[in-house]
Write a protein that binds this ligand. Structure first.
Ligand code: MRU
Length: 367
């Protein structure tokens, strides 16, 4: 996608062919800055503190992190400790495990001297594949928006939660890809953007992306969605996911489940867009998904730009109050109208996923 007319991906290799460059998402929406990752520790930190975030981008960053590790020391021991370091950064997005398993399988049999080049090559392929996957999700989801647009002269109102746009992936995004394609095709769309406390990925990142691309949108507080749905102001919801089970249960940013409940109560279609590496074939029941709990400081404080243009962190709660910070929740498959995947649209069920992925057996390892 373009930023000020210049095409960007969310992660790329510097001209030296070795250093990894990412967009620093902790600085958005107020500053557009990049960060250079030189070591596997830099890559692990970038994932942990959410310089990069979003399941597909976390996977791509981990892949490049492994390449950075092997460029310094391609030994067996370093390969295994780099995999362990990266795997421990965030527990929920399954693309992280998928990418590390994929690279591990390729790299372990190689002679040490061949590993770094092979890791860079595969990390680059994972990025290119991610772009193709998200383009396909966009095309498959576009049909649903076209359907909703038929016979009306007002924009299609779509509600989304968190950020599942190009910043969460390598390009295009998952949930936002169909919206970008609809907008580019001249179909009027308007996006309700959940602010997505506590890290505000909606208010900070989704709104920034949509604004840069010229897609009409309105930021709403996380609790507004139910009211809008009751009033007929939402035609459909599309969210992303960090891990979807072989039975179609969807783990995504905290608050997604409540939106799905409201959608179900108001007969609003609730779609989830996902690239196939986000399917955890080894897991059937969403309740078994590991749910990340993050620092309470993310709930107790908020960072924004003050009137003088300075970024400032302020306290939101009385001194001494404690907070719980569950980062994800699970929406049961029964509340999901359909899954929009790179292979097509299917029922959120084991049978539905099997129709698109007959080569994958439920209960099998993910990669
Ligand atoms: O904690 P984050 O920002 O990494 O979580 C990302 C999400 O939960 C998004 O909603 C997204 O849909 C999953 S990644 C496309």
């Amino acid at each position: 996608m373009r930023v000020d007319g210049r095409p960007y991906r969310s992660i790329w290799l510097d001209e030296d062919g070795r250093t990894v460059v990412v967009i620093d998402q902790t600085r958005l929406p107020h500053s557009f800055a990049t960060r250079r990752l030189h070591t596997v520790e830099d890559a692990a930190d970038a994932i942990r503190i959410m310089v990069v975030r979003g399941a597909p981008l976390i996977g791509a960053t981990a892949a490049y992190g492994l390449a950075l590790a092997l460029a310094r020391d391609p030994s067996d021991g370093n390969l295994e400790s780099a995999i362990a370091l990266l795997a421990a950064t965030r527990p929920t997005a399954v693309n992280l495990r998928w990418a590390l398993e994929d690279l591990g399988r390729i790299l372990r049999p190689l002679a040490a001297g061949d590993r770094a080049a092979a890791a860079y090559r595969r990390a680059g392929e994972i990025c290119d594949e991610d772009v193709a996957i998200n383009r396909a999700i966009g095309e498959n989801g576009l049909a649903l928006i076209e359907q909703a647009a038929q016979g009306r002269d007002s924009p299609v109102n779509v509600l989304t939660h968190c950020n599942a746009g190009w910043l969460a992936a390598v390009d295009w995004g998952t949930a936002l890809a169909p919206l970008y394609m609809a907008h580019d095709k001249g179909i009027p769309v308007h996006v309700w953007v959940d602010e997505t406390r506590p890290r505000n990925q909606g208010a900070a990142l989704t709104a920034w992306e949509l604004a840069r691309h010229g897609v009409p949108h309105t930021v709403i507080v996380d609790n507004a969605g139910g009211h809008l749905m009751q009033r007929g102001m939402v035609d459909l919801c599309i969210t992303g996911t960090d891990r979807t089970t072989a039975r179609g249960d969807v783990c995504n940013k905290i608050g997604t489940y409540l939106k799905a409940l409201a959608a179900s109560d108001n007969d609003v279609p609730f779609y989830v867009a996902l690239p196939h590496p986000t399917i955890d074939w080894s897991l059937a029941d969403g309740a078994d998904t590991p749910i990340e709990q993050r620092d309470e400081d993310e709930v107790l404080t908020i960072t924004g730009r003050d009137e003088a243009g300075q970024e400032t962190k302020v306290a939101l709660t009385p001194a001494g109050s404690r907070a719980a910070n569950y980062a994800f929740d699970v929406t049961p498959a029964r509340l999901v109208t359909a899954l929009i995947t790179d292979r097509g649209v299917c029922d959120a069920s084991e049978e539905g996923l099997q129709t698109l992925f007959p080569d994958r057996a439920a209960g099998a390892p993910s990669s």
